[in-house]
Ligand binder design. Structure first.
Ligand code: C2E
Ligand code: CA
Ligand code: CA
Length: 523
């Protein structure tokens, strides 16, 4: 049974893994697009600055040339003013100033207007939203002074807005002169310059007191990504899909029953449980059957019928049984003295084991790990799956016989083994299936089969073990019919190694005290 958070996690993981390349890729593309826009923004700010400097170079040159004329009568100098307008590019008008008054203009000749020096940023530049000649039409005014005189030249705002519009139409460029700024629409505003949402850049001229602000509106990064990187984005989507599918596939593979069993073998998760087998008569422990349990890290102790059939199907039962035998030998070796001589140890094997001589080595290793003659190894071979005889099986059973390993035919009565089968594999014991034992006192026909099995085994000289003995009626019936050994919940349930060893020790102490104690009064 899988736990819910685990299942949720398993479902989510492939999606997360699949989303990772897409998210990372999109972030990288976003970063790349931002960098690109920053580069572009800075570039156009630089270029516009250079263009404005070229314009200002022209109008400042005109003003510089006219400055020595400041204070001279307008009538004599107005032609020189017009000459500058005609000769120099970008110059819209030129003017002369003397003692704070604009007294001569290229447009009107003699004129009179106060010069507001405070409007000129750094005393040099004034960005005007319009003047008396062209109200509402921006212009940039350049002024140069010397003692009481000064020269003023202007450039039309159209030259400036053209330059601001020259680049990428999405690139918002702003000219700032002191407290005034102007955008590409020629709107002059008195106040702080708004900062662009994306790729804001600012370049300040080193020659004249103005700055150019550049940047893009929100959404420009996404727009650039869509237009420039569709192929890369598609690549990340494909990578994401591949990663997700691979993860899903790996998860499935890692949690396939075969992989899970393999993992458990490597983690030594299969542990032996022990169920005693008692001798008829005194009902003392004559042996034990080793039953496999899966100590699952998440699901706890797992019953063998849930995983043994699959392990038999994949052949993994062979290494699992090998591990189980090693583990059993390791556990019992230190307490071997508490086992009576010839104590039976039953290990369940399957037909698959019988096609491989390695089982001989496993048995040798098992017996070698325990004091010689102390235990009797019995292999319990289920009758449900018949062995196909071959040279290997013959060699194997002969070898087992030489090792004095006994063979018990498990679940007897449920399969279809013939007498020839019993002889061929030199069977020593029959284990009557618990379904027949359960019929004692219930079903007369089954009881007949049980009686026949008991009779057959005594005629063939085979030992007989009855499993699944759960009550005294069953015990007594089997005892009356001379069954040699009994196994079942009535005597003991399968128990952990720890419990089994403790019980062994307790039994030994009881025996010691019984031997030493005086005979009871009644007996
Ligand atoms: P099995 O070999 O016939 O083992 C006897 C089963 O009967 C055990 O179930 C045991 O717990 C149960 N049992 C014992 N006494 C009673 C009783 O009085 N009443 C009832 N109702 N049941 C009783 P378990 O341990 O669940 O094992 C089930 C089966 O799994 C085994 O049947 C055996 O076929 C297989 N198995 C267990 N361990 C191994 C193993 O190491 N290798 C292989 N190949 N098969 C194994
Ligand atoms: Ca068995
Ligand atoms: Ca059985």
């Amino acid at each position: 049974v899988q736990q819910r958070p685990y299942r949720l996690w398993r479902t989510l993981l492939p999606w997360l893994v699949g989303a990772l390349p897409i998210v990372c890729g999109t972030l990288i593309l976003y970063w790349q697009a931002e960098r690109e826009l920053h580069g572009r923004s800075e570039d156009s700010a630089q270029q516009v600055t250079a263009q404005f400097e070229r314009i200002l170079d022209n109008i400042s040159a005109a003003a510089k040339e006219l400055l020595p004329l400041a204070g001279q009568p307008c009538e004599t100098e107005k032609l020189a003013l017009r000459d500058q307008v005609t000769r120099r590019a970008f110059v819209r008008s030129t003017n002369l100033e003397y003692r704070g008054e604009l007294y001569c203009s290229s447009l009107f000749g003699s004129y009179s207007e106060p010069v507001l020096a405070n409007n000129y940023f750094h005393g040099t530049l004034w960005l005007m939203s319009g003047n008396s000649v062209t109200p509402g039409h921006p212009l940039l005014v350049y002024r140069i002074t010397e003692s009481e005189g000064g020269a003023i030249s202007t450039v039309d705002g159209d030259h400036l807005t053209n330059a601001l519009r020259l680049f990428d139409p999405d690139n918002r460029l702003i000219l700032q002169v002191g407290r005034y700024w102007m955008d590409e629409n020629g709107r002059v505003v008195d106040g702080p310059v708004p900062t662009a949402e994306v790729a804001a850049a600012q370049v300040t001229s080193t020659h004249y007191p103005f700055s150019i602000h550049s940047g893009y509106g929100a959404g420009k990064v996404g727009q650039l990504m869509r237009s420039e990187f569709p192929a890369l984005f598609a690549l990340f989507v494909i990578l994401g899909a591949m990663a997700g599918v691979t993860c899903y596939w790996q998860l499935r593979r890692a949690t396939s029953p075969r992989a899970e069993l393999q993992r458990a073998i490597e983690a030594n998760e299969f542990v032996p449980y022990f169920q005693p087998v008692v001798r008829c008569g005194d009902y003392r422990w004559a042996g034990v059957e080793v039953l496999m349990r899966w100590q699952h890290p998440r699901d706890g102790l797992v019953r063998p019928d849930l995983f043994i059939p699959y392990a038999e199907h994949t052949g993994q039962i062979v290494p699992m049984t090998r591990q189980l035998m090693q583990r059993t030998a390791e556990l019992l070796a230190p307490v071997a003295n508490t086992l009576g001589d010839g104590f039976h140890i039953g290990i369940n094997i399957t037909a698959d084991h019988c096609q491989d001589l390695a089982l001989l080595d496993d048995c040798k290793a098992f017996l070698g790990a325990l004091p010689k003659g102390r235990v009797r190894l019995t292999l319990e071979l289920t009758e449900r799956k018949l062995i196909t005889p071959s040279e290997v099986t013959q060699a194997l059973f002969a070898g087992l016989h030489d090792l004095d390993v006994q063979i018990a035919l498990d679940d007897f009565g449920t399969g279809q083994s013939s007498l020839a089968y019993l002889r061929q594999f030199q069977i020593d014991y029959l284990k009557i299936d618990q379904s027949f034992v359960a019929m004692i006192g219930v079903d007369a026909l089954s009881l007949h089969i049980l009686d026949s099995i008991i009779e057959l085994s005594s005629k063939l000289g085979l030992g007989i073990v009855a499993e699944g003995v759960e009550n005294e009626a069953q015990r007594d019936y089997l005892a009356q019919h001379n069954v040699d050994f009994l196994q079942g919940y009535l005597f003991a349930r399968p128990m952990s190694a720890e419990a089994f060893i403790q019980a062994l020790e307790a039994q030994r102490l009881v025996q010691v005290t019984v031997h030493k104690a005086p005979a009871p009064l009644n007996g």
